[in-house]
Ligand binder design. Structure first.
Ligand SMILES: O=CC(=O)O
Length: 313
């Protein structure tokens, strides 16, 4: 069993009970060539969303590989079809990061609508300022319409939080939400974009959702609207977003994920109508440990001939 990244002790312990665990030699994510070298001969791979699991990596691993346990809910880094063809199970870590990601979404939503980053920058720059009736006014959330693109566990957790702020919530998704989801209007994407004061993305990255928010989508949004993305960067056409902000087609954007991570489009960096965080959606001590432990349980289950707790499909 190969780990592409050193993991919290609780996860390593769990794995050490069922397999010979090969830890990476360095305390950082591995490059593609390092990972190819590390994975040779492994029967299980526990990996990060940064690791591209494609035919080249699967070839490098060899035919004894049985499971790829991704430490993330998103698995766009894994060629699931290529794994299936080779009989390799793929697992992810849904559930354990729902609250952390929804919390960060609200932090971004509040931060951009109330100009938190901008105010912080103003003070740090030592610029003169003073309280005034019309100083740095933002947008209130009570009664504002929140449009969620994707209404899975994270979208629903955001809906619950947004309701507490008095927002009216709607969503666009391929299917209506199952019973038990927080009440929200199910709308076609075009209607959701055109009618929302804040659009927040909670869909996986797939060929269908790549650049879902493109120039046309941005043009269809309200001029006073904000875009929040805690899903995956390539869901948004970043160049089109910069152009839309420049043209005043929307009021602002709060982004935790980027098209070409860790690079951030230079047109975003200097803008005061943009709030940026470095892919922190699941970044709490508790959540990262829970993700690593769940990935470990998945890998251990497959090696032990059992059904993993959270398989991909
Ligand atoms: O981005 C993080 C995840 O998909 O878990």
């Amino acid at each position: 069993m190969v780990l592409s990244r050193r993991l919290p002790d609780a996860a390593v312990q769990l794995l050490a009970d069922v397999a010979d665990v090969v830890q990476p030699p360095v305390d950082r994510p591995l490059g593609a060539a390092e990972l190819r070298a590390a994975v040779a001969g492994a029967d299980a791979l526990v990996c990060l969303l940064l690791d591209r699991v494609d035919d080249a990596l699967l070839d490098a691993a060899g035919p004894q590989l049985r499971v790829v346990a991704n430490i993330a809910v998103g698995y766009d880094n894994v060629d699931v079809e290529a794994c299936r063809r080779r009989g390799v199970r793929v697992t992810n870590t849904p559930g354990v990061l729902t609250d952390a990601t929804a919390d960060l979404t609200l932090a971004l939503l509040l931060g951009i609508t109330r100009r938190v980053g901008e105010g912080d920058r103003l003070l740090r720059a030592g610029r003169s300022w003073g309280w005034d009736l019309d100083f740095m006014l933002g947008t209130g959330l009570r009664g504002a319409r929140l449009g969620l693109v994707g209404y899975g566990a994270i979208g629903q957790a955001v809906a619950r939080r947004a309701a507490a702020f008095g927002m009216e919530v709607a969503y666009a998704a391929r299917r209506p939400a199952a019973d038990g989801a927080p009440p929200a209007e199910h709308l076609p994407l075009e209607e959701l974009l055109a009618g929302s004061d804040v659009v927040s993305l909670h869909c996986p990255l797939t060929p269908q959702t790549r650049h879902l928010v493109d120039a046309a989508a941005l043009r269809s949004m309200r001029a006073g609207a904000y875009l929040v993305n805690t899903a995956r960067g390539p869901v948004v056409d970043e160049a089109a977003l910069v152009a839309a902000l420049e043209a005043g087609e929307i009021r602002g954007a709060a982004l935790d994920v980027f098209e070409d991570e860790p690079a951030v489009h230079p047109g975003l960096v200097g803008r005061d109508d943009v709030l940026l965080t470095p892919h922190l959606g699941s970044a709490t001590v508790q959540t990262r440990e829970a993700m690593a432990v769940l990935a470990a349980r998945n890998a251990a289950a497959v090696l032990g001939g059992q059904e993993p707790p959270t398989p991909v499909r």
